[in-house]
Design a protein around this ligand. Structure first.
Ligand code: ADE
Length: 419
């Protein structure tokens, strides 16, 4: 048995079936896996991956192994691990995996250390915890890395800050910034799976409820659209004037969180920033308000303040903690303020992760091939990779699009033709 720390290897059978279910819905990744099997473009690479341990991630790991990489995997969030998937990765696919759902902070970081134990040459992050750990440690392990990839907005923000400070010591490809990633995964994936997490955890009827979305980036847009589609009245809170304006013209009410706090039935934070819903907001919420977060880190809701304010608390349903405040009102928090879509549901569906993880696999290949010419910077995904993935996804969906005629090509590349 390969090196591992998972909750229960007896869950492997269930995990394998779920991994196969996801595989069916990941046609682009399947094509890449078939090519990787023939060409072995990752031969010799040692890849440490820190990702949510889900059925979709399992299929990415299989793809990287098919490409010839030696892979070790740990969780990128203490609450998002699907224990049956972790078991199957070890027992059925022989991939060293270090992830237990509900692990504490020390275990979380010890799992990162286990994933790094073989001296990786490539890293794959979702939130930049591996890059940050390696940079804090310094030394030979950091020197051995040729490149890395980053999955999420929050991670890319951290990495760009490192680049600006001259602190980044190896090149990173920002997978999040590919159009085939953030336009789909962040918008449709987060939109659907966050609502899914809220509904699984609470079984509430969204129709007629006031849903407050804090943050109108791609994830916020997705949540707003899906909530509206189910009949909710959507309120958006923003700090960016352009995004606030867009939300107004997309048809939503826009107001500061201090006002929204008084009228919301459900709150979803997706800002990537800290302390978005604070003590003063909890204290004005309606009795029974439901609060959750879909941003990467659990810093958007001040849950610690809520704990202090509460005269009592109890787990009223699985994943839901009810806090009773001194004013007698009850505020419910889903998944301890961690990613609601992964804590209370299964994360983004496979068909959207297909594109995100196709980007991860192709960017790992690209980074390895080009490692000597890349500098210690954060790079965008090459446009050809993005377009290839979109083309393959359309093909897999059986959708055809038009081609420019020679006349149209001439028109678009000339500057003489006007009125
Ligand atoms: N992030 C959001 N959803 C995910 C999923 N299903 N697998 C891995 N990472 C995710």
């Amino acid at each position: 048995m390969v090196d591992h720390h998972v909750a229960d290897l007896a869950l492997a059978g269930k995990g394998k079936l779920r991994i196969e279910w996801a595989e069916m819905r990941m046609p682009v990744l399947r094509l890449i896996r078939a090519r990787f099997e023939r060409e072995k473009p990752l031969a010799g690479a040692k890849l440490a991956a820190c990702l949510h341990v889900t059925t979709e991630t399992a299929n990415l790991m299989r793809t990287l192994v098919a490409g010839g990489a030696e892979v070790r995997l740990c969780a990128s969030n203490p609450l998002s691990t699907q224990d049956d998937v972790a078991a199957s990765l070890v027992a059925d696919f022989g991939i060293p995996t270090f992830a237990v759902c509900g692990e504490d902070r020390d275990t979380y970081y010890s799992h990162i250390q286990s994933a790094l134990a073989f001296g990786p040459t490539l890293t794959m992050d979702d939130g930049a915890d591996v890059v940050s750990t390696l940079h804090k440690e310094g030394g030979a392990r950091l020197e051995g890395i040729v490149a890395g990839t980053e999955e999420t907005t929050t991670g890319v923000i951290r990495l760009r800050a490192m680049e600006r400070d001259g602190a980044l010591r190896y090149p990173i490809i920002a997978v999040n910034d590919a159009d085939t990633k953030h336009l789909f995964d962040n918008r449709y994936g987060t939109g659907q799976s966050s609502i899914d997490g809220i509904l699984r955890a609470t079984n509430i009827l969204l129709a007629g409820q006031t849903v407050v979305i804090c943050g109108y980036g791609m994830c916020g847009r997705g949540c707003a659209r899906r909530a509206q589609g189910m009949g909710a009245h959507v309120v958006v809170c923003e700090v960016d004037p352009l995004r606030g304006l867009e939300a107004v013209m997309d048809g939503y009410r826009v107001m500061p969180i201090a006002e929204a706090a008084k009228i919301g039935d459900v709150f979803i934070t997706v800002t990537g920033c800290c302390s978005v819903v604070r003590r003063e907001h909890f204290s004005t919420m309606k009795d029974g308000a439901i609060v959750c977060n879909s941003g990467h880190f659990d810093v958007e809701l001040e849950v610690a303040a809520l704990r202090e304010m509460a005269s009592s608390s109890r787990e009223i349903r699985q994943f839901v903690t009810e806090y009773t405040l001194d004013n007698g009102r009850r505020v419910n928090v889903i998944g301890e303020g961690r990613l609601v879509n992964l804590a209370a549901a299964e994360g983004h569906p496979a068909s959207v992760m297909d594109m995100s993880f196709a980007n991860q696999a192709l960017c790992a290949e690209y980074a390895l091939k080009n490692s000597t010419s890349l500098q210690n910077r954060v790079y965008s995904v090459p446009r050809e990779i993005d377009e290839d993935i979109a083309r393959l996804k359309l093909e897999a969906m059986g959708v055809e699009i038009d081609r420019l005629t020679p006349e149209q090509q001439r028109y678009l590349s000339s500057w003489e033709e006007g009125t």
